[in-house]
Design a protein around this ligand. Structure first.
Ligand code: NAG
Ligand code: NAG
Ligand code: NAG
Ligand code: NAG
Ligand code: NAG
Ligand code: NAG
Ligand code: NAG
Ligand code: NAG
Ligand code: NAG
Ligand code: NAG
Length: 643
């Protein structure tokens, strides 16, 4: 049976939640509704994706597992091993290295708070027998790290986290680490209340963190199960509660308590729990302690949530059962007296505390003070600070460039360009603006990448660019004049491409430009005089091997210095035909000889004309310390601090 709700506050909230829901096409008809609110539109938003499947599947409880959608690339394969927790799934999606290092699902959902759960599989999708290792980010924050050994048991192959989606689309990205092909069997995006899991009036807002679930235990439960298996309201996120029966070593003196009485206040807005998790408890002999040791990442913050209700009929008043709760030896709750706190037996109490764990184990201990210890359930989450995103207009500009450059699929370019900071896009260097709390792009390193497209004007939107190297590709078309707007630019190397058209006049006005290499292209027309001035300031230029270029440091332009007149001259040339062309060539050869004789007097332009002279130290921002993996662990003693 369901717990009672606080209907007044819920009604207020439902109005708001309902208004936030966007119009969703019927092709994405989520929302199998259970429980008391099934007839209203106040059901939580939920999406369940059967990755790799080409048809919708329906579970026996009525949940729809939608066919695979919203992904950027990848291939599908059959699951070779049945998933015992989600038996209706029989396919997976995997991402080969040729799909690029970053691959994402981008699923449109209303702005809100979600539990996102994935099942990862090792289904021989590599044909190599090697377990893939990869990272998964949620909304740009690295959340799951599938490291060696994860596929050994189902518990490790399952991950969930609580995440706020603030931009109208849940982005789940798979980041290859070069060890095998990342693969996923299912993704669930299940809405919970926006203000669920508040850590207290003075705690930093939950929005600032991804809450990665480390352990979720229903103590003394006869079996593990989802919230829906226990008929819980779906606003609880249909979390999976693991029975602790398998967690104890043989010979441990633990016993379980069970009741079928209903539990008061076990599920009140906004924190929704299955009543069942309060209807069983783990206890032990008097004076006995119980500890759970969870492997964790060192030097991270963990938030521990303890769920209690007195279900032992022999305990009816305060001070009959009192115990302490410790994390790594530090008391997080002292003198816990369930009946004292709840005011009555069969009434629920939630406790939460956040600790900094320095070592690689989190040991949760229940220590008796009066009588025996007893507890019903607990959850442990790692608090991962959310990454700041890349400036929106830069992401758009890069998306357009990706198209215009004809970027090879193997380079990826999916998700956010700069975050997670452990996995920036290939060829992108980023910097952080601490004033605006945003990442921006300050370098493009795409030399020798087989690019065959053209440079979009939108490159001018990457306003913080300091260095561009796209040399040795097959880029066509003109150099966009918007590059002349990149006032932070220090270095522009577009050499060895098939660029044509003239050099934009404003390039020479870039105040900090130190290197400009446009050699070995098909550029034409007159070199802007401002570039000569740049060379005077000490900038390094190479405009060589562009047959059609004239002016500054190159051959003289025909008759006039005006590029327009050069153009006109070409027009006439074409018009008059071969005879005139011959005459012109003859004239040109004579002019070249004359120019060669004049060279010594033409300094310094004459110097600038030869291939390069000075190299100026390039003060480019490169990936630095801030890009070290967050999961860089240090060996240290197991130790923690209560925050
Ligand atoms: C709803 O979905 C069905 C089946 O996918 C489709 O045939 C129908 O055209 C859809 N209707 C609308 C209004 O999208
Ligand atoms: C997956 O299994 C189905 C039958 O269950 C089969 O038709 C299909 O070809 C298989 N796909 C692959 C990629 O092996
Ligand atoms: C993700 O989906 C949203 C909504 O459908 C869309 O506005 C956005 O452009 C998508 N992002 C990417 C990177 O495709
Ligand atoms: C978590 O604990 C703090 C006190 O440490 C309390 O203020 C807050 O209400 C608790 N949150 C919930 C949801 O019980
Ligand atoms: C349930 O909680 C409310 C306050 O939120 C409290 O007034 C009430 O006494 C509680 N009920 C029981 C049975 O403890
Ligand atoms: C842990 O929390 C404390 C206090 O909120 C904060 O100063 C610290 O940076 C956090 N550490 C990590 C690794 O998130
Ligand atoms: C940040 O703000 C400070 C003071 O307002 C300013 O001096 C600095 O240039 C700003 N930095 C950036 C990257 O905008
Ligand atoms: C651009 O890349 C090429 C090839 O890797 C390299 O030789 C050249 O020095 C780079 N240009 C600049 C300005 O660093
Ligand atoms: C350069 O920037 C200015 C001001 O932001 C804008 O008006 C102009 O269109 C830009 N030029 C190019 C070529 O993009
Ligand atoms: C530059 O090359 C493209 C195709 O490679 C061509 O369509 C265009 O006309 C050329 N432009 C000039 C100015 O030669």
């Amino acid at each position: 049976m369901l717990c009672e709700w606080e209907c007044i506050s819920l009604a207020v909230l439902l109005d708001r939640v309902f208004l936030e829901l966007p119009v969703v096409s019927n092709g994405s008809s989520w929302g199998v509704v259970m429980g008391r609110w099934s007839s209203s539109s106040g059901a939580p938003y939920d999406v369940r994706i059967a990755c790799g499947s080409n048809q919708d599947l329906y579970a026996s409880n009525g949940f729809k597992w939608a066919k695979d959608f919203g992904y950027t690339a990848g291939s599908s394969a059959n699951l070779t091993v049945k998933n015992t927790l989600v038996p209706m799934l029989n396919t997976l999606r995997y991402f080969q290295i040729s799909d690029g290092p970053e691959n994402c699902y981008n699923i449109s959902v209303p702005v809100g708070h979600y539990l996102i759960r994935c099942f990862f599989v090792f289904g021989e999708q590599d044909n190599s027998g090697r377990e893939p290792q990869f990272d998964v980010s949620l909304e740009g924050t690295l959340a799951f790290s599938m490291q060696s050994g994860w596929s050994q048991d189902v518990d490790n192959a399952y991950e969930d986290a609580l995440v706020y989606v603030t931009d109208g689309a849940a982005t789940i990205c798979f980041h290859s680490s070069g060890h095998g092909n990342p693969a996923v069997a299912s993704i669930e995006i299940l809405q919970i209340f926006n203000n669920a899991y508040q850590r207290g009036p003075n705690a930093p807002p939950s929005q600032g963190f991804v809450w990665r679930s480390v352990k979720r235990v229903s103590a003394g439960a006869a079996k593990s199960g989802y919230g829906s298996d226990f008929q819980a309201n779906l606003w609880g996120g249909d979390r999976y509660w693991e029975s602790d029966s398998s967690l104890f070593l043989p010979g441990s003196v633990v016993t379980s308590l069970q009741t079928s009485n209903s539990i008061a206040n076990c599920s009140t807005y906004p924190n929704i729990y299955p009543e069942a998790i309060f209807q069983s408890a783990t206890t032990t002999d008097p004076t006995q302690t119980i500890s759970y040791t969870l492997p964790v990442q060192a030097n991270q913050n963990y938030t521990v949530w303890i769920y209690l209700a007195e279900i032992d009929p022999t305990i009816t008043a305060p001070k009959q059962r009192v115990f302490d709760i410790l994390v790594n030896g530090v008391k997080i709750f002292e003198g816990v007296d369930i009946v004292g706190l709840a005011g009555a037996p069969y009434s629920a109490v939630f406790l939460n505390a956040t600790v900094l764990v320095e070592g690689r184990a989190l040991m949760l201990t229940f220590n008796p003070v009066i009588g025996r210890i007893a507890f019903n359930a607990f959850e442990v989450y790692q608090l991962i600070p959310v990454e700041w995103p890349t400036v929106n207009q830069e992401v758009w500009a890069l998306q357009i460039l990706k198209q215009s450059l004809n970027l090879p699929t193997r380079l990826g370019w999916n998700g956010d360009p700069c975050v997670p900071t452990e996995h920036p896009w290939f060829g992108i260097n980023c910097g952080f603006n601490s004033n605006a709390s945003t990442w921006f792009v300050d370098g493009l390193d795409l030399d020798y990448q087989g690019l065959q497209g053209y440079l979009s004007d939108d490159i001018g939107s990457l306003s913080s660019l300091q260095a561009i190297n796209m040399s040795n590709n097959a880029l066509q078309g003109p150099i966009p004049s918007s590059i002349g707007n990149l006032s932070a630019l220090l270095s522009l190397d577009l050499s060895h491409n098939h660029l044509n058209g003239s050099i934009p006049g404003n390039l020479g006005e870039l105040p900090h430009l130190e290197k400009l290499y446009l050699n070995d292209n098909f550029l034409t027309g007159q070199v802007p005089a401002s570039l000569g001035a740049g060379a005077l300031r000490g900038a390094s230029l190479n405009l060589g091997n562009n047959a059609g270029l004239c002016g500054v440091g190159l051959r003289e332009c025909h008759g006039s210095r005006s590029a327009a007149k050069v153009g006109l001259a070409f027009g006439i040339l074409i018009g008059i035909g071969a005879l005139v062309a011959c005459i012109l060539l003859y004239w040109k050869r004579r002019a070249n000889i004359a120019r060669a004789q004049r060279l010594p007097r033409d300094a310094p332009y004459a110097k600038a004309r030869t291939t390069f002279v000075r190299d100026v130290q390039l003060a480019r921002t490169v990936l630095s310390d801030q890009f070290k993996p967050a999961y860089h662990e240090q060996a240290s003693n197991t130790h923690s601090t209560l925050l």
